[in-house]
Design a binder for this molecule. Structure first.
Ligand code: AHG
Ligand code: MN
Ligand code: MN
Length: 335
Protein backbone atom coordinates (compact mmCIF):
# COMPACT_ATOMS: atom_id res chain seq x y z
CA UNK A 1 0.00 0.00 0.00
CA UNK A 2 1.42 3.43 -0.89
CA UNK A 3 1.34 5.94 1.98
CA UNK A 4 -1.53 8.42 2.23
CA UNK A 5 -0.77 11.31 -0.05
CA UNK A 6 -3.51 13.65 1.07
CA UNK A 7 -1.74 16.51 2.82
CA UNK A 8 -3.79 18.80 5.01
CA UNK A 9 -3.39 21.52 2.39
CA UNK A 10 -4.76 19.32 -0.40
CA UNK A 11 -7.60 18.15 1.82
CA UNK A 12 -8.60 21.70 2.74
CA UNK A 13 -8.51 22.80 -0.92
CA UNK A 14 -10.60 19.80 -1.98
CA UNK A 15 -13.14 20.44 0.78
CA UNK A 16 -13.33 24.04 -0.26
CA UNK A 17 -14.32 23.11 -3.82
CA UNK A 18 -17.65 21.98 -2.39
CA UNK A 19 -18.33 25.55 -1.26
CA UNK A 20 -18.20 27.76 -4.36
CA UNK A 21 -18.79 30.88 -2.24
CA UNK A 22 -15.64 30.23 -0.18
CA UNK A 23 -12.92 32.81 -0.59
CA UNK A 24 -10.01 30.65 0.47
CA UNK A 25 -9.45 32.78 3.55
CA UNK A 26 -10.81 30.15 5.87
CA UNK A 27 -8.71 27.40 4.28
CA UNK A 28 -5.63 29.56 4.72
CA UNK A 29 -6.53 30.09 8.38
CA UNK A 30 -6.62 26.34 9.03
CA UNK A 31 -3.34 26.00 7.23
CA UNK A 32 -1.79 28.71 9.44
CA UNK A 33 -2.96 26.81 12.52
CA UNK A 34 -1.38 23.61 11.19
CA UNK A 35 1.86 25.54 10.73
CA UNK A 36 1.78 26.78 14.35
CA UNK A 37 1.06 23.19 15.45
CA UNK A 38 4.21 21.96 13.71
CA UNK A 39 6.31 24.54 15.55
CA UNK A 40 4.77 23.56 18.89
CA UNK A 41 5.27 19.84 18.10
CA UNK A 42 8.93 20.55 17.44
CA UNK A 43 9.34 22.22 20.86
CA UNK A 44 7.34 19.52 22.63
CA UNK A 45 9.56 16.86 21.09
CA UNK A 46 12.74 18.47 22.30
CA UNK A 47 11.32 19.50 25.67
CA UNK A 48 13.08 16.61 27.38
CA UNK A 49 16.41 17.69 25.94
CA UNK A 50 16.63 21.40 26.52
CA UNK A 51 16.08 23.72 29.40
CA UNK A 52 12.46 24.39 28.56
CA UNK A 53 10.98 22.08 31.15
CA UNK A 54 9.63 23.23 34.46
CA UNK A 55 7.52 26.11 35.61
CA UNK A 56 8.05 29.82 34.98
CA UNK A 57 6.93 30.55 38.53
CA UNK A 58 4.08 32.78 37.33
CA UNK A 59 0.37 32.07 37.63
CA UNK A 60 -2.10 32.47 34.74
CA UNK A 61 -5.54 34.10 34.97
CA UNK A 62 -7.00 30.83 36.23
CA UNK A 63 -4.59 30.93 39.21
CA UNK A 64 -2.63 27.94 37.91
CA UNK A 65 1.11 27.67 37.45
CA UNK A 66 2.27 28.46 33.92
CA UNK A 67 4.75 26.01 32.43
CA UNK A 68 7.30 27.34 29.93
CA UNK A 69 5.82 25.37 27.07
CA UNK A 70 2.41 26.96 27.78
CA UNK A 71 3.95 30.36 27.16
CA UNK A 72 5.79 29.22 24.10
CA UNK A 73 2.68 27.65 22.58
CA UNK A 74 0.60 30.70 23.44
CA UNK A 75 3.06 33.07 21.73
CA UNK A 76 3.63 30.88 18.68
CA UNK A 77 -0.07 30.68 17.87
CA UNK A 78 -0.41 34.42 18.28
CA UNK A 79 2.63 35.17 16.11
CA UNK A 80 1.67 32.66 13.42
CA UNK A 81 -1.72 34.33 13.04
CA UNK A 82 -1.57 38.00 14.08
CA UNK A 83 -0.40 39.39 10.72
CA UNK A 84 -2.44 37.27 8.32
CA UNK A 85 -5.40 39.62 7.92
CA UNK A 86 -7.77 36.73 8.57
CA UNK A 87 -8.55 37.32 12.26
CA UNK A 88 -10.25 40.25 13.98
CA UNK A 89 -9.08 39.19 17.47
CA UNK A 90 -8.06 36.15 19.48
CA UNK A 91 -8.58 34.87 23.01
CA UNK A 92 -6.44 32.37 24.86
CA UNK A 93 -6.82 30.40 28.06
CA UNK A 94 -3.49 31.90 29.14
CA UNK A 95 -4.45 35.56 28.60
CA UNK A 96 -6.88 37.53 30.76
CA UNK A 97 -8.51 39.78 28.13
CA UNK A 98 -9.19 39.41 24.44
CA UNK A 99 -6.04 39.63 22.33
CA UNK A 100 -6.32 42.40 19.76
CA UNK A 101 -4.67 42.22 16.35
CA UNK A 102 -1.73 44.66 16.43
CA UNK A 103 -2.57 48.11 14.96
CA UNK A 104 -0.22 47.75 12.00
CA UNK A 105 -2.04 44.68 10.65
CA UNK A 106 -5.33 44.39 8.80
CA UNK A 107 -8.26 42.68 10.55
CA UNK A 108 -10.22 39.80 9.01
CA UNK A 109 -13.58 38.16 9.44
CA UNK A 110 -12.74 35.34 11.88
CA UNK A 111 -12.13 34.99 15.63
CA UNK A 112 -9.75 32.41 17.12
CA UNK A 113 -10.16 31.04 20.65
CA UNK A 114 -7.52 28.62 21.90
CA UNK A 115 -6.06 26.53 24.69
CA UNK A 116 -2.41 26.65 23.63
CA UNK A 117 -1.27 23.72 25.74
CA UNK A 118 -3.73 21.36 27.29
CA UNK A 119 -2.64 18.87 29.92
CA UNK A 120 0.36 20.94 30.89
CA UNK A 121 0.77 19.17 34.24
CA UNK A 122 1.82 16.14 32.16
CA UNK A 123 4.66 17.82 30.24
CA UNK A 124 7.46 16.82 32.57
CA UNK A 125 6.34 13.18 32.56
CA UNK A 126 6.46 12.77 28.76
CA UNK A 127 2.71 12.13 28.63
CA UNK A 128 0.52 13.29 25.71
CA UNK A 129 -0.55 16.93 25.69
CA UNK A 130 -2.42 19.02 23.14
CA UNK A 131 -3.64 22.30 21.67
CA UNK A 132 -7.35 23.06 21.19
CA UNK A 133 -8.85 25.73 18.91
CA UNK A 134 -12.24 27.16 18.03
CA UNK A 135 -13.10 29.49 15.15
CA UNK A 136 -16.06 31.85 14.96
CA UNK A 137 -17.14 34.39 12.40
CA UNK A 138 -16.82 38.06 13.43
CA UNK A 139 -20.24 39.50 14.32
CA UNK A 140 -19.43 42.98 15.64
CA UNK A 141 -19.70 45.89 13.25
CA UNK A 142 -16.49 47.84 13.90
CA UNK A 143 -13.21 47.17 12.15
CA UNK A 144 -11.52 45.44 15.10
CA UNK A 145 -12.86 42.43 17.01
CA UNK A 146 -14.54 42.84 20.40
CA UNK A 147 -15.57 40.71 23.36
CA UNK A 148 -18.93 40.19 21.64
CA UNK A 149 -17.16 38.27 18.86
CA UNK A 150 -15.65 35.89 21.42
CA UNK A 151 -18.79 35.30 23.50
CA UNK A 152 -20.78 33.38 20.90
CA UNK A 153 -22.53 30.09 21.63
CA UNK A 154 -20.71 26.98 20.44
CA UNK A 155 -23.28 26.05 17.80
CA UNK A 156 -22.10 29.09 15.84
CA UNK A 157 -18.53 27.80 15.49
CA UNK A 158 -17.38 27.55 11.88
CA UNK A 159 -14.54 25.19 12.71
CA UNK A 160 -12.80 23.59 15.66
CA UNK A 161 -9.97 21.19 16.20
CA UNK A 162 -7.15 19.96 18.32
CA UNK A 163 -3.60 18.82 17.97
CA UNK A 164 -2.33 15.96 20.08
CA UNK A 165 1.37 15.65 20.78
CA UNK A 166 1.54 11.95 21.54
CA UNK A 167 3.40 8.94 20.19
CA UNK A 168 2.91 10.86 16.95
CA UNK A 169 1.49 14.35 16.39
CA UNK A 170 -2.05 14.44 15.04
CA UNK A 171 -4.36 17.25 14.01
CA UNK A 172 -8.10 16.57 14.12
CA UNK A 173 -10.60 19.14 12.87
CA UNK A 174 -14.12 19.78 11.72
CA UNK A 175 -15.54 22.57 9.66
CA UNK A 176 -19.07 21.28 10.06
CA UNK A 177 -18.75 18.63 7.37
CA UNK A 178 -17.37 15.63 9.26
CA UNK A 179 -14.26 15.07 11.35
CA UNK A 180 -10.85 14.46 9.79
CA UNK A 181 -7.59 13.40 11.39
CA UNK A 182 -4.08 13.99 10.05
CA UNK A 183 -0.82 12.53 11.30
CA UNK A 184 2.37 14.54 11.07
CA UNK A 185 5.13 12.89 9.07
CA UNK A 186 8.10 14.57 10.73
CA UNK A 187 10.51 13.53 7.98
CA UNK A 188 8.74 15.78 5.46
CA UNK A 189 6.98 18.12 7.90
CA UNK A 190 3.51 17.44 6.47
CA UNK A 191 0.23 16.45 8.09
CA UNK A 192 -1.16 13.51 6.07
CA UNK A 193 -4.78 12.35 6.13
CA UNK A 194 -4.85 9.25 8.33
CA UNK A 195 -8.41 9.24 9.74
CA UNK A 196 -11.10 10.01 7.17
CA UNK A 197 -14.61 10.86 8.46
CA UNK A 198 -14.11 9.85 12.09
CA UNK A 199 -17.24 8.46 13.77
CA UNK A 200 -17.48 7.77 17.50
CA UNK A 201 -19.24 4.49 18.48
CA UNK A 202 -22.81 5.22 19.58
CA UNK A 203 -22.15 3.50 22.89
CA UNK A 204 -18.75 2.93 24.44
CA UNK A 205 -17.22 0.88 27.21
CA UNK A 206 -14.72 3.36 28.69
CA UNK A 207 -15.30 6.00 31.36
CA UNK A 208 -12.73 8.72 31.99
CA UNK A 209 -12.95 10.82 35.13
CA UNK A 210 -10.76 11.96 38.01
CA UNK A 211 -12.30 9.58 40.51
CA UNK A 212 -10.27 11.07 43.33
CA UNK A 213 -13.03 13.69 43.41
CA UNK A 214 -15.72 11.06 44.13
CA UNK A 215 -16.68 12.39 47.54
CA UNK A 216 -16.82 15.97 46.23
CA UNK A 217 -19.46 15.16 43.58
CA UNK A 218 -23.16 15.28 44.11
CA UNK A 219 -25.01 12.08 44.66
CA UNK A 220 -26.33 11.65 41.10
CA UNK A 221 -22.84 11.76 39.62
CA UNK A 222 -21.63 9.24 42.21
CA UNK A 223 -24.55 6.98 41.34
CA UNK A 224 -23.64 7.09 37.65
CA UNK A 225 -20.02 6.15 38.36
CA UNK A 226 -21.17 3.32 40.65
CA UNK A 227 -23.46 2.21 37.80
CA UNK A 228 -20.73 1.98 35.12
CA UNK A 229 -18.63 -0.10 37.51
CA UNK A 230 -21.42 -2.54 38.40
CA UNK A 231 -21.10 -5.78 36.42
CA UNK A 232 -23.94 -6.44 33.97
CA UNK A 233 -23.15 -8.46 30.88
CA UNK A 234 -26.17 -7.33 28.87
CA UNK A 235 -25.20 -3.64 29.01
CA UNK A 236 -21.45 -4.21 28.71
CA UNK A 237 -20.57 -3.33 32.31
CA UNK A 238 -18.26 -2.85 34.06
CA UNK A 239 -16.77 -0.16 31.83
CA UNK A 240 -13.01 0.21 31.62
CA UNK A 241 -11.52 3.15 33.50
CA UNK A 242 -9.02 5.26 31.53
CA UNK A 243 -7.82 8.68 32.69
CA UNK A 244 -4.71 10.47 31.48
CA UNK A 245 -5.38 13.94 32.88
CA UNK A 246 -4.90 15.60 29.49
CA UNK A 247 -8.34 16.39 28.13
CA UNK A 248 -7.21 16.22 24.51
CA UNK A 249 -5.65 12.79 24.98
CA UNK A 250 -8.58 11.40 26.98
CA UNK A 251 -11.03 12.82 24.45
CA UNK A 252 -9.09 11.54 21.45
CA UNK A 253 -8.92 7.97 22.76
CA UNK A 254 -12.64 7.95 23.52
CA UNK A 255 -13.45 9.45 20.11
CA UNK A 256 -11.71 6.53 18.42
CA UNK A 257 -12.75 3.71 20.78
CA UNK A 258 -16.06 4.98 22.18
CA UNK A 259 -16.63 6.07 25.76
CA UNK A 260 -17.44 8.98 27.99
CA UNK A 261 -15.25 11.68 29.53
CA UNK A 262 -16.61 13.44 32.60
CA UNK A 263 -15.48 16.53 34.46
CA UNK A 264 -18.47 17.24 36.74
CA UNK A 265 -18.94 20.16 39.09
CA UNK A 266 -17.61 19.37 42.56
CA UNK A 267 -17.31 21.02 45.95
CA UNK A 268 -14.06 22.79 45.00
CA UNK A 269 -15.19 23.65 41.44
CA UNK A 270 -18.90 24.48 41.58
CA UNK A 271 -18.95 25.21 37.81
CA UNK A 272 -16.62 22.39 36.88
CA UNK A 273 -13.00 22.93 35.96
CA UNK A 274 -12.89 23.04 32.18
CA UNK A 275 -13.37 26.19 30.15
CA UNK A 276 -16.34 26.58 27.87
CA UNK A 277 -14.69 28.61 25.10
CA UNK A 278 -11.31 26.93 24.80
CA UNK A 279 -12.05 23.32 25.75
CA UNK A 280 -15.72 22.32 25.96
CA UNK A 281 -17.07 24.10 22.85
CA UNK A 282 -14.47 22.99 20.31
CA UNK A 283 -14.55 19.38 21.50
CA UNK A 284 -18.36 19.44 21.62
CA UNK A 285 -18.49 20.58 17.97
CA UNK A 286 -16.09 17.78 17.00
CA UNK A 287 -17.92 15.09 18.97
CA UNK A 288 -21.30 16.04 17.49
CA UNK A 289 -19.83 15.99 14.00
CA UNK A 290 -18.57 12.48 14.77
CA UNK A 291 -22.04 11.35 15.92
CA UNK A 292 -21.51 11.82 19.67
CA UNK A 293 -22.84 14.33 22.17
CA UNK A 294 -21.64 16.81 24.81
CA UNK A 295 -23.61 18.13 27.76
CA UNK A 296 -23.11 20.08 30.96
CA UNK A 297 -25.47 17.57 32.57
CA UNK A 298 -28.56 19.68 31.95
CA UNK A 299 -28.16 21.08 28.45
CA UNK A 300 -26.21 20.71 25.24
CA UNK A 301 -22.80 22.37 25.57
CA UNK A 302 -23.15 24.02 22.14
CA UNK A 303 -26.32 25.85 23.24
CA UNK A 304 -24.75 27.62 26.23
CA UNK A 305 -24.56 31.39 25.72
CA UNK A 306 -21.24 32.47 27.26
CA UNK A 307 -21.13 35.51 29.51
CA UNK A 308 -17.39 35.61 30.25
CA UNK A 309 -14.21 34.74 28.44
CA UNK A 310 -12.88 32.28 31.01
CA UNK A 311 -16.21 30.75 31.95
CA UNK A 312 -16.08 27.17 33.22
CA UNK A 313 -18.58 24.41 32.70
CA UNK A 314 -19.16 20.85 33.87
CA UNK A 315 -18.47 18.59 30.88
CA UNK A 316 -19.84 15.19 29.88
CA UNK A 317 -18.69 14.27 26.40
CA UNK A 318 -18.34 11.23 24.18
CA UNK A 319 -20.52 8.44 22.82
CA UNK A 320 -24.10 9.58 22.26
CA UNK A 321 -25.88 6.94 24.38
CA UNK A 322 -23.46 7.28 27.29
CA UNK A 323 -23.77 11.06 27.52
CA UNK A 324 -27.56 10.89 27.25
CA UNK A 325 -27.54 8.34 30.05
CA UNK A 326 -25.40 10.45 32.37
CA UNK A 327 -27.79 13.36 31.71
CA UNK A 328 -30.67 11.17 32.88
CA UNK A 329 -28.75 10.27 36.07
CA UNK A 330 -27.87 13.91 36.77
CA UNK A 331 -31.43 15.00 36.30
CA UNK A 332 -32.56 12.34 38.78
CA UNK A 333 -34.47 10.36 36.13
CA UNK A 334 -32.82 7.05 36.96
CA UNK A 335 -33.82 5.20 40.11
P1 AHG B 1 -4.79 22.84 31.10
O1 AHG B 1 -3.48 22.08 31.11
O2 AHG B 1 -5.06 23.49 29.77
O3 AHG B 1 -4.94 23.79 32.25
O4 AHG B 1 -5.98 21.78 31.24
C1 AHG B 1 -5.91 20.80 32.24
C2 AHG B 1 -7.23 20.12 32.30
C3 AHG B 1 -7.47 19.02 31.29
O5 AHG B 1 -6.49 18.81 30.33
C4 AHG B 1 -7.66 17.80 32.11
O6 AHG B 1 -8.71 17.05 31.59
C5 AHG B 1 -7.95 18.30 33.48
O7 AHG B 1 -7.36 19.55 33.57
C6 AHG B 1 -7.40 17.40 34.54
O8 AHG B 1 -7.80 17.89 35.76
P2 AHG B 1 -7.56 17.08 37.13
O9 AHG B 1 -6.10 17.11 37.37
O10 AHG B 1 -8.36 17.86 38.13
O11 AHG B 1 -8.10 15.69 36.92
MN1 MN C 1 -6.78 22.68 28.90
MN1 MN D 1 -3.91 25.01 28.82
Amino acid sequence: MPPSLVTIERHIIEQQKEYPQATGEFSALLYDIAFAAKLIAREVNKAGLVDILGFTGEENVQGEQVAKLDEFANDIIFKALDHTGRLCCMASEEVKDIIPIPEQFKCGKYVLLYDPLDGSSNIDANVSIGTIFSIHRKISSGERGTLEDCLQPGYKQVAAGYVIYGSSTMLVYTAGNGVFGFTLDPSVGEFLLSHDHIQIPKKGSIYSVNEGNYFKWDENVRRYIDYVKTPDKASGRPYKSRYIGSLVADFHRNLLYGGIFLYPADKSNPNGKLRLLYEANPLAFIVEQAGGYASDGRQRILDIVPTELHQRTPLFIGSYDDVKQVEAFIQGQVE
